[in-house]
Ligand binder design. Sequence first.
Ligand code: MN
Length: 729
Amino acid sequence: METFEEHYGAMKQAIETHMPSADMALIDQAVDYANVKHQYQKRKDGSPYIIHPLAVAQVVAEMGLDQDAVLGALLHDCIEDTDASHEDIERLFGSTVAQLVEGVTKLTRANFSTSEQAQMENLRKMFMAMSKDIRVVLIKIADRLHNMRTMQYQTPAKQISKCQETMDIYAPLAHRLGMQRIKWELEDLSMKYLVPREYEEITSYLDAHKDQDETFMRTIQSKITQRLTSMGIRNTTYGRIKHVYSIYRKMQSQGKSIKELYDIYAFRVIVDSIPDCYNVLGHVHDLFNPVPGRFKDYISTPKPNMYQSLHTTVIGTQGIPFEIQIRTWEMHETAEYGIAAHWKYKQGSGAGSEKDFEWVRRLLESQQDSDTEEFVQSMKIDMFDDEVFVYTPKGRIVSLPADSTPIDFAYAIHSGVGNAMIGAKINNRIANIDTKLKNGDIVEILTSKSAKGPSRDWLTICKSNQARTKIKQWFKKEKREENIVHGRAAFEAEMKREGLAISALDDPEVETQVLKKLSSFDSWDDMYAAIGYGGLTASKAVGRVRDTIIRIQKAQNAERQNPLRMRPDDETALRNRHAVSGVIVEDIDSCMIKFAKCCTPVPGDAIVGFITKGYGVSVHRADCPNAANRNDPRQAARWVRVRWAAEEAQPFDTTLELDCITRDGLLLDVATVMTTSRVRVKELYGKDLPGGRSTFTVRFEVRDVAELETIRKKLLNIRDVIGSRRGQN
Ligand code: MN
């Protein structure tokens, strides 16, 4: 039987050692309070109950947590097991302590059992998510550690279930939080009850070889110490046997018995500085032969759980391999107590729990390692509560986004369950389907074959994309006619709101253009149906087609009045496209090209293109009067940038008009120039004007503007030809 005095003394000593600034009077007050509240309770071995909170507080103090955590540990069973209330604790010890106790109580009440191995990670996440404050997790781990240490008083059935839970949740969490020492103890204690025969085999072997092992370890230890001391390196060096569970795992993975397993010793060298760590490594490798490939530098690359040390395996005097871990005192603290060790550095900063999370998160993020990301990710989920974990009635855990409802749960199980849902039970009570689920809730969905299917409201109630998608799918499939009516009404209302004429929708060009733009729809009805089932919102749909409708309508209006407007020509911006008829049209790979009759452009002319209705692109000279208004915004969309293809041998039609003084034979002179220039003349005629003047019009083929200019000069050299201009037909 253990006594109050024993445990109180041990706790007090731990507090004095690890948190000397703690208010001992307040701690005593909490001890008294817990003692009175638990006075009628006994531990299973008959000891007074207060021993348990004292022992848990001791572990928490040894972890180096803060005063609030120690108070929380002392009071951790008060709400669950006594008549103490949250308010009482808050009044006496402050709101932080009350929240810690409340948090531990929640975890105590939750059921962390699942039979599925694949679900362990969710279980651990749920555990973290419920804790809100990392200190709650640490107190709960300390609580479990003491319960494991006194497991012998429990029934065999309880031993098995508690030990399994410890292996599934508490030991992995302790590992993740970097608390090696606690992790090992939890594993060994669990193993003792879960695989007692193997545990017994290993421990009795170790017992039998105790003297031998100790002699071996002393020899190695003094060899290392002597060398380091002679080199002036201050060090604390000791050997130990690896913990039972890790030996067991090695035996299993290597298929060896304990007698065949050599690698059971581990030595630790603790020094003052990081440079010393590397010096020690050199000396150790000088003293013993290193095993190749076993050196690991966790100082420059810490493990995700913050662990730092140098690891090496060497061969000792009798050919026995052993591992040596080299670290500083600070690294040692971190290795033993993990996250908890870091509490020390922020003591007195008065940081609230939210900041603590931020701090933990930053700490974790600062470590670059392959699986760090995953770890940080899971910590974030835990820290920022964006997931909720609930059970099916059969005990399977379902993870959902925070604030999920039974609707989300139902669709997470199966869309058939969601579509047939008529109600839900949470923790065996009928609940509204919009109830927000809490961690650990057991959710049961009530279904009926005559259910009418989901309601449109569900889309706004549910939280998960999965549920939303499945509900939309149902509406899409089951209710097309209804969706078209709903969708059309919504779309037309939105059109009106945007000031667009609904009559535009009857224009076949509008329909073709708009549906081409919304490439997923074959008809207006398709689009209305999508809006109706919620696949597309009416405002988004109108937003996407608005410009197209405006453009087409304006183009139609404008073309009736003045068809020619254009935006500034920017040759350099043109992309190289397949040339049609020697002209490259920006953004259009292949289209019909015609050359405007008004200005008959030839290669070398600056040109622009106008998208006609039904005749492809009409190419004008940039200086053509019909292209003068192309900057008008109402028409701009129909003007496209075009340029001449680089190498084009194909000839172009062009027209020159010659101003002449009328005389006989002039037509022949012009024809002679054209013939000697070796161009093909397509048309040539003269017209007499009043006052002895006449004009000649010649339409002919040229390759480019340079050739045109040569011919023009020759023509102007003819007597009585006094002027020329590019053709306007
Ligand atoms: Mn407890």
